[in-house]
Design a protein around this ligand. Structure first.
Ligand SMILES: [Mn+2]
Length: 337
């Protein structure tokens, strides 16, 4: 792959998983990948970055993470797709229709407040910058296909993506789409939910998973690369085990009908979202998940892609996120002005 864009001969793309406010680690990972900051923007002479979404929430340096990514995107040094956390921020901050700013598209419930709390705290003294960041989030596409690769935050569902692109050819939401997407059962809801959150299967009544991120879940996350799955264990994709004997619980016909499927002959696909743990590994030869729980002192993971159709685990590049990310000194800190 040797496209020529913005004056550089492009050798490939470096895809970077969920950053979640680990801004200092992001800067260090970019340095490790051979990017250098000039004029406040990280650049590589022959490569570009693709961010998989979820820059915000949870971590200690959310503004730094957003600023680094946004400048790279606006300077043509990077692409990005929307994560469910950017989407959450947009719905949380958008007035409910007809409410004259009294109510919000996404209810400000304790659970929703908790998800976005760190982000709002870190932008509290920068309200104009936060408004500007939200406007930028609205311009982030939900999915991306270029030079033989595909990128989406959680799940590439070809049929839903075709329907979405028929409505929104630039792959970005507009205000009308955002409002519709908060109504369960609408087409916009189905598209946003599938692309940025993937498919969840509800657990039987009374059964809960107390997950490592402190949330209690009554459903589990599934993947979309099993050709003929029969049991819940064939599709579960999350670090938390299913309780008891539920791994062998059969998939119902209704559950099977809701699952997406991405076959082995499709173009290479990069996703984030799924909280993997341990040493980065490939689930299939054409899908890489790059979310390795950076914000839980896991790894911030990149994949160096140079045009190959069969992915190779040797192309993962990562940094452990240090416990002291919060107190990390400033060699990578960039000027916000
Ligand atoms: Mn995430």
């Amino acid at each position: 792959m040797h496209g020529r864009t913005s004056g550089k001969t492009l050798q490939g793309y470096d895809l970077i998983g969920d950053v979640h406010g680990c801004g200092a680690t992001l800067a260090a990972l970019l340095e490790k990948l051979g990017y250098h900051q000039r004029g406040g923007v990280y650049r590589h002479p022959r490569r570009k970055v693709i961010f998989l979404g979820d820059l915000v929430d949870r971590g200690p340096r959310i503004r730094l993470a957003v600023t680094i990514a946004r400048r790279m995107v606006e300077e043509g040094e990077a692409y990005i797709v929307m994560g469910n956390h950017e989407y959450n921020a947009l719905a949380y901050s958008h007035p409910a229709p007809g409410s004259a700013g009294q109510r919000w598209l996404r209810e400000h419930s304790p659970r929703h407040n908790r998800v976005i709390n760190e982000t709002l705290e870190q932008y509290r003294d920068h309200p104009a910058e936060w408004e500007d960041v939200l406007a930028w989030f609205m311009r982030i596409p939900l999915c991306l296909e270029l030079d033989g690769l595909r990128v989406v935050h959680a799940c590439w569902d070809e049929a839903l993506i075709r329907r979405f692109l028929a409505r929104r050819p630039d792959a970005c939401m507009d205000s009308e789409f955002l409002i519709e997407s908060e109504t369960a059962g609408s087409e916009a809801f189905e598209i946003m939910d599938r692309l940025t959150r993937g498919t969840n299967i509800p657990l039987p009544p009374g059964i809960e998973i107390h997950s490592g991120d402190g949330f209690t879940r009554r459903s589990f996350r599934t993947h979309f690369w099993a050709e003929a799955p029969k049991t819940w264990g064939d599709v579960v994709f999350q670090p938390d085990n299913l309780p008891g004997e539920l791994e062998s619980h059969p998939l119902s016909a209704e559950e099977k009908s809701r699952l997406s499927y991405y076959g082995p002959d499709e173009p290479p696909l990069f996703i984030g979202h799924y909280w993997c743990e341990g040493i980065p590994a490939l689930p299939t030869g054409n899908i890489a998940c790059l979310d390795y729980s950076a914000v839980k002192y896991g790894r911030l993971v990149a994949y160096r892609w140079s045009g190959e159709t069969r992915l190779n685990a040797d192309n993962f590049v990562w940094l452990r996120v240090p416990q002291e990310e919060r107190a990390m000194p400033r060699p990578w800190e960039i000027d916000f002005e």
